[in-house]
Design a protein around this ligand. Sequence first.
Ligand SMILES: Nc1ncnc2c1ncn2[C@@H]1O[C@H](COP(=O)(O)OP(=O)(O)OP(=O)(O)O)[C@@H](O)[C@H]1O
Ligand SMILES: [Mg+2]
Length: 305
Amino acid sequence: MTEPIIAVRGLRKSYGDLTVLDGLDLDVERGQVVALLGPNGAGKTTTVRILATLLAADGGTATVAGHDVRTDPGAVRAAISLTGQYAAVDDLLTGEENLRLMARLSHLPADERRTRPARLLELFGLTDAARRPVKTYSGGMRRRLDLAASLLSRPQVLVLDEPTTGLDPRSRGDLWDVIRAVVAAGTTVLLTTQYLEEADQLADRVVVIDHGRVIAQGTPAQLKAGVGAAYVEVVTAAGTERIETDGSLDDVARILSGLDAREVESWQVRTPTLDDVFLTLTGRPADETADRAADDATPVLQETR
Ligand SMILES: Nc1ncnc2c1ncn2[C@@H]1O[C@H](COP(=O)(O)OP(=O)(O)OP(=O)(O)O)[C@@H](O)[C@H]1O
Ligand SMILES: [Mg+2]
């Protein structure tokens, strides 16, 4: 087995009496997409800021691409890019000017400094808007530009802290497509999210954290399986009935054929969602946290400096 590109062991961080990270462990394999899923205050941003060397842990270890964040922060910074890091996209400059400026400041070879901004603008669907000032961009366009900026330096690991919080469903879907393209190009992605659907859509593996500890992890399918079986929900005048199923066509057909069509008002096959997972694990509905996230959403990605 190859060494994980991110390895976190027993990470601890407190602010006064408040324990934010309480012995967090996390592994991310090269090429994987891992979602760090948790409610407000779970410690997601704290974790990714420690990984990006923007914040020091109180205890435990973290390595990125084999480099220790504490003893070798320069090497870590060369390997990782945290979106939001370049929140200094200048509103008065165009998207293209922003990327060109950042490319000039980067350590890219001279020819890439010239060619890479245009290629990223194209990959992120910003070619048409490239010559407009960023202040005219929508929230979704801004985030795509932010992402493009993070990728200028060709990081091995891209960290996205709540990449789609506050976006409308369409922009969110667009951003998911862009993230998938980044992953397909070989970048390892660690993303934090409060959106269970987002983890389900993007992640190979989901790590659920609460109060600074890992409370569950696995593939989205494994987490859902841990919550219970699929069921057929049948609504009749008498009420709603749930009949467990293994989800196979044969089994669903068997259940449906046992129903009286004259009595059934509606039926559907339901499989557990990650919302169900969260409720089972924490006793709190995930909606509660997702709604709060939407309330305090900011138009740009979370600041990291
Ligand atoms: N500089 C700080 N001083 C004191 N408390 C802090 C500081 N930074 C974070 N905290 C607290 O640490 C806890 C974890 O914060 P963190 O930002 O890591 O959570 P999160 O999982 O990213 O939450 P969210 O989903 O709201 O972004 C919160 O209770 C927060 O208030
Ligand atoms: Mg956060």
